[in-house]
Write a protein that binds this ligand. Structure first.
Ligand code: GCW
Length: 703
């Protein structure tokens, strides 16, 4: 009896282990393709992998294809030198190939010709991306319909920004600690570094900034540079360049130079020597990312110099090595009477045209700070002489950390598709970023990484899709959110059509649901002061006025919202006239942006037919109900999803529901004090009091 029980238990465990999926493999699962017909078709077509090149990147591509084909098709295949055999998958770099004309260096062509598959590109990187594209096609279970298929990335530098600190913590990281084990490096190479590189390469990411923009000067010491080199060596065969964030006061901190003034020769010399040293260790080092004169970080303004002075000093140290300086525009002076919305514009607009040719200015998608919805940043379209890089945040600082399910592709696309009207209709933010609007050769899109040491990389399994979506959109921002969601689901979770449809719908609605139960109608920055997932609309005092909630929502007995028209801060005037027209009139301003630009009376009738108060408070109730809907929809996927992932997401949805209720009750009760109106029918008044909710927030804030 005992023995039988043990056998049964062991069996259960084996079955469980074989079935359990911990999310580690992301979208790179090479399990046998369920579609047998397709499998047989590809099996006939692919016998060997041929490559004439010893280039490490081509070798990476060949090995990845080998692993992929073996797993997906269940067929052993070998890699060997080019022989021109039938049914070979041939990898070739051929810059003069006519088929590649007009494609970017990283672009590729996949051709089926004379019973061969050819992946051709101008560079080894292109071949790598082509190989991953072929694998993607296999993984999603589709055959190539065309005999010739090509892609070319729209953005040159597709980069992740890690906000990782030397001691292993991550600023705004919700998926464990840093992936980089600084203490063990350079001697110990965690195999996870390789899987990280594979994941990035598979979606076209070709650059990473390893450390936090609130940078420790320590990263520039010899001791750390050899650690950075070890990572650069791992990433190089995956086509990924390494960058570092720097502390602008490094000359002072590290070598006691009495100043860090960018126009002081000792400082110029210091950066030149340091940069030369870095390149002697890492010859293909990418360059520097800089947060300066922002939130207490040092910078050129400490010496009465401009951001351009600072950037150009570094740019000239980097230029002989073809390195880049990426200078962040996230700056805002603490002015109680001002409007933070306008700060970056005020500092940077006058500097347009003053940056060196190897400098880019990196701008967050919106003017405040990665809120669940922001209008596009007014610098886009207003600095035509400067290549502007986009900064999106993948880590969900203001989107519910890793307990809320928010698919960010719609948020990214909303910004990229916004029209700046800088050169007339169609001057989208995407065209500013990709350099096509103003003819810039440099272009970059950065995502603040959401990765960490959690086994599934991103804490919430669904947040893997944000990493994936970022890479895919940086490569091709014309992909739709629906396409990206479907690709990701089919590669990561399931190919069962009904489950794919259910999950895709959840993903596509998730961001709007989050907006509804947190900050509807353009409300913004009313989250908890330290821990940014809870509501704290009553926050009146902080170290700076623009870190409070009341600075932004401006609730009073008349109404709600920040007047940024000419009667208010006039931030609207920073945009082109067409944009001003779109957002400037409270009667016609699209509801998602209403409270960003207008102080609207509680009693004003909106386009929905409801008054502001009724619409606003109803959104919170609808948002909570939508989370309950997400929970019930998720149940439907149970038969088709790995059980470990199913249960984990189910648990996180339950947490999201609890948090949504907290947001709803806190905001509805708080703002009701100003609106002095009843909760609209058919909704019930919250059963908790405002004081009770304040207590909950206090507990979360660890006050
Ligand atoms: O949103 C704020 C974050 C800070 C961050 C800063 C920035 C790295 O709360 O944690 O610091 O933005 O982007 O520099």
């Amino acid at each position: 009896m005992k023995k039988k029980f043990v056998i049964l238990l062991t069996l259960c465990l084996v079955v469980h282990l074989a079935w359990a999926d911990d999310g580690y493999r992301l979208w790179l699962k090479y399990d046998l393709l369920p579609n047998a017909a397709l499998r047989e078709q590809y099996k006939r077509q692919i016998n060997t992998i041929e490559t004439a090149s010893n280039d490490p990147i081509i070798q990476t591509a060949a090995r990845e294809l080998q692993a992929g084909v073996q797993g997906l098709l269940g067929k052993n295949i070998t890699i060997h030198a080019a022989k021109g055999e039938k049914s070979a998958l041939v990898l070739a770099v051929n810059p003069t190939d006519k088929a590649l004309q007009g494609l970017a260096d990283d672009g590729f062509v996949i051709v089926q010709r004379k019973q061969q598959w050819l992946i051709t590109a101008k560079t080894a990187n292109g071949v790598l991306y082509g190989s991953f594209a072929l694998l993607r096609q296999l993984k999603v279970g589709e055959a190539f319909k065309q005999t010739s298929y090509s892609e070319s990335p729209k953005i040159r530098l597709r980069m992740l920004n890690h906000w990782d600190n030397p001691l292993g913590t991550i600023e705004r990281g919700y998926a464990g600690s840093s992936l980089w084990k600084w203490y063990e490096l350079p001697e110990v190479i965690d195999p996870r570094y390789i899987d990280y590189a594979r994941a990035n390469a598979s979606i076209g990411i070709n650059a990473v900034v390893l450390n936090n923009v609130n940078a420790s000067a320590r990263f520039l010491t010899k001791e750390y540079l050899v650690k950075v080199k070890a990572l650069a060596d791992v990433f190089r065969p995956y086509g990924i360049k390494v960058f570092l964030s720097l502390n602008f006061a490094s000359p002072k901190i590290l070598d006691k130079i009495p100043s860090s003034d960018p126009l002081d020769n000792r400082v110029v010399e210091w950066w030149k020597n340091k940069t030369d040293e870095i390149y002697s260790i890492i010859p293909d080092f990418g360059g520097y990312l800089v947060k300066a004169n922002s939130e207490g970080e040092p910078g050129p303004q400490d010496y009465g110099r401009t951001h351009a002075d600072g950037a150009n000093m570094l740019a000239s140290a980097l230029a002989p090595h073809k390195g880049l300086v990426i200078w962040r525009a996230f700056v805002y002076a603490a002015d109680p009477k001002g409007d933070r919305f306008k700060e970056a514009y005020k500092d940077f607009k006058p500097l347009d045209g003053k940056f060196a040719s190897n400098a880019l200015v990196q701008v967050k998608n919106g003017p405040i700070d990665f809120q669940s919805r922001e209008p596009f940043h007014p610098l886009f379209g207003n600095m035509p002489q400067t290549p502007l890089a986009m900064e999106f945040q993948l880590t969900q600082e203001y989107l519910g950390f890793s307990t809320n399910w928010v698919f960010e592709a719609p948020l990214f696309k909303e910004c990229l598709e916004s029209d700046t009207y800088a050169k007339g209709k169609g001057s989208t933010v995407a065209k500013v970023i990709d350099g096509s609007l103003d003819n810039h050769a440099l272009s970059a899109m950065a995502g603040v990484a959401n990765t960490g040491s959690d086994r599934n990389w991103t804490g919430h399994t669904m947040a893997q899709a944000n990493w994936y979506a970022f890479g895919r959109l940086a490569w091709n921002y014309d992909l739709t959110s629906a396409q990206i969601a479907e690709e990701w689901i089919k590669q990561s979770l399931t190919q069962q059509p009904q489950a794919v449809a259910v999950i895709a719908e959840l993903m596509l609605k998730s961001r709007e649901i989050y907006v509804d139960f947190t900050t509807p109608l353009g409300l913004h920055h009313v989250m908890g002061q330290n821990i940014h997932f809870g509501a704290e609309p009553w926050l009146e005092k902080s170290a700076r006025p623009d870190w409070t909630a009341i600075y932004y929502h401006r609730a009073d007995s008349v109404g709600l919202g920040f007047d940024r028209t000419s009667k208010g801060s006039n931030a609207l005037s920073l945009y082109a006239p067409e944009v001003q027209q779109l957002w400037g009139n409270p009667q016609s301003c699209p509801l998602p942006y209403l409270l960003w630009f207008h102080h609207v009376p509680w009693t004003q009738k909106l386009s929905t037919g409801n008054t502001l108060w009724d619409e606003f408070s109803s959104r919170y109730y609808k948002g909570v109900a939508s989370v309950a809907w997400m929970q019930s929809q998720w149940e439907q996927t149970k038969p088709y999803i790995d059980q470990a992932i199913f249960s984990d997401v189910k648990g996180r949805l339950a947490v999201q529901h609890r948090e949504a209720l907290n947001w709803r009750d806190a905001c509805v009760l708080y703002f009701q004090q100003y609106a002095k109106k009843p909760i609209p029918k058919p909704y019930e008044k919250p059963t908790r009091t405002l004081d009770e909710l304040k207590k909950i927030v206090e507990i979360y804030q660890l006050k």
